[in-house]
Design a protein around this ligand. Structure first.
Ligand code: NAD
Length: 442
């Protein structure tokens, strides 16, 4: 005879009411990054005096799919992996956001990153809501065939909620063109025909664009350029420090050097290098291309990776991880401007200290929006079976980012708020207006 859960002793009846109430809406997203994203949203919502109805509707993600799946490892054993896909808002069109492979991937981390994607897309005016996903794993210890099997299985697990008009993934930390090619192939195999518009950030030969890989770093420079113009100090006269020398950091460093800026320090997870008179960024990039990291790089003086953030400069560009500028190091930073290339590099506590010290923070949702903007171009091109050249894409990117920059700078001035709050309030207002017009189903 079948037994109910209670008869089988599931333990649920033993949890007292107070504990049960702890499992309230929002608890599932609980993470430090989500706390930061929500605090930023609340601040913008306060400035807008946002109706409680929209505050509740926009604060939390609409959907999350958690998947656990087995993968055959190279040694014949089977390992179980956990993956997520969070869709923050379904109001603006399909959702869009990267896929991250890292040991710290969690539902809460994806939720925060998905919310930031919503605000980023709304700020630029792209017809997307935000999403983010990932697989909890360490890609550095997995072989290429293992990563391929993880990617293919994860892609097939996401089928119920993704699609070229539903949710379009892209690369994020730990993934790149290679993973997007596997993802595209898996989806297309299951659909029975090629669907290049299911992911962006694909290799150009598969319907990607040459402009996607450098897009985020280039966008960081376009925004930095606009900031420098507004402050009356041209980029070519600035001394710049960059944390992180991966896709975003290295492209930004090379482009800034080409403009004439002096790159005084860069770092990666192995450490940092500093040169008062300026680094030869091309030579550093060539070294990293050959050796993968800055370890043993013969250029500049070696320092610890944390010290790099405190090197005196005009502009600091965090382009590595979240939560790098904290209340501990914020009092010691020696820069005038911070341009956030990474997602969530500054904690709210640090931001308060920086504001007091008069250090301008150019927020991630504006500074690193170049990636999703060029992803949007790629998606449009794939849908239309059409190609634009690199120059055309760069011009369109620059125009959109400069437009968003002006909206943020003007709002910050008019409302007398910091640039992050200004950027989020522009974005939140746009999404709230769309939610109001679409109203509530049924
Ligand atoms: P990446 O993996 O190519 O590079 C990350 C870099 O950070 C590497 O050089 C790594 O060594 C370094 N790093 C890691 N930990 C560090 C530490 N503790 N100190 C110093 N350096 C450290 O990643 P990416 O694509 O360049 O992304 C960097 C950041 O930009 C992430 O926050 C990502 O979410 C954000 N971002 C990326 C894109 C994109 O298109 N790639 C778009 C928007 C935002």
């Amino acid at each position: 005879m079948a037994t109910t859960d209670q008869e089988a002793g599931s333990g649920w009846d033993e949890i007292d009411l107070a504990d049960r109430q702890l499992v309230h809406a929002g608890t599932e997203w609980n993470s430090e990054l989500y706390r930061i994203a929500t605090a930023q949203f609340d601040k913008a919502a306060d400035i807008l005096d946002l109706d409680p109805e929209f505050r509740a509707r926009l604060r939390e993600p609409r959907r999350c799919l958690t998947v656990n799946f087995p993968v055959r490892m190279d040694d014949g054993s089977v390992a179980n992996f956990t993956g997520y896909r969070v869709q923050h808002t379904l109001t603006m069109g399909p959702t869009k956001g990267g896929i991250r492979y890292a040991p710290g991937v969690s539902e809460g981390e994806c939720a925060a990153l998905a919310a930031w994607m919503t605000w980023k897309c709304a700020l630029i005016g792209l017809p997307y809501g935000g999403a983010k996903g990932g697989v909890r794993c360490d890609p550095h210890v997995l072989s290429t065939p293992e990563l391929e099997r993880i990617t293919r299985r994860y892609a097939s697990e996401l089928i119920p909620i993704i699609g070229p008009d539903r949710d379009i993934p892209a690369p994020d930390m730990g993934t790149g063109e290679r993973e997007m090619a596997w993802f595209y192939d898996t989806y297309s195999q299951l659909m029975g025909h090629a669907v290049p518009e299911i992911v962006t950030g694909k290799p150009p030969v598969l319907g990607g664009t040459e402009a996607r890989r450098p897009a985020t770093g280039l966008g960081v420079v376009y925004v930095a350029e606009a900031v420098a113009e507004r402050l009356g100090t041209p980029l070519r006269e600035q001394r710049v420090v960059i944390q992180g020398f991966g896709n975003v950091g290295s492209v930004a460093a090379l482009e800034l050097e080409a403009i004439g800026a002096t790159i005084v320090a860069v770092s990666d997870h192995t450490g940092g290098i500093v040169a008062e008179q300026g680094l030869d960024v091309r030579a550093v990039a060539d070294y990293v291309a050959e050796h993968r990291t800055l370890e043993g790089c013969p250029h500049g003086d070696h320092v610890g990776r944390a010290e790099v953030l405190e090197v005196p400069c005009d502009m600091l560009i965090p382009a590595a991880l979240e939560r790098q500028i904290t209340k501990e190091n914020a009092p010691r930073l020696q820069c005038k401007t911070i341009v956030e290339a990474a997602n969530g590099p500054t904690t709210p506590e640090a931001e308060a200290i920086l504001a007091e010290r008069g250090i301008l923070v150019v927020p991630d949702v504006l500074a690193n929006a170049g990636g999703v903007t060029v992803s949007y171009f790629e998606w449009v091109q794939d849908q239309q079976k059409f190609m634009w050249d690199m120059i055309e894409i760069q011009e369109r990117l620059r125009r959109l980012l400069r437009g968003a920059f002006s909206r943020v700078a003007e709002t910050a001035e008019k409302a007398d708020v910091d640039w992050r709050t200004a950027a989020l309030s522009v974005a939140v207002q746009r999404v709230a207006e769309a939610a109001r017009l679409r109203a509530i189903y049924p």
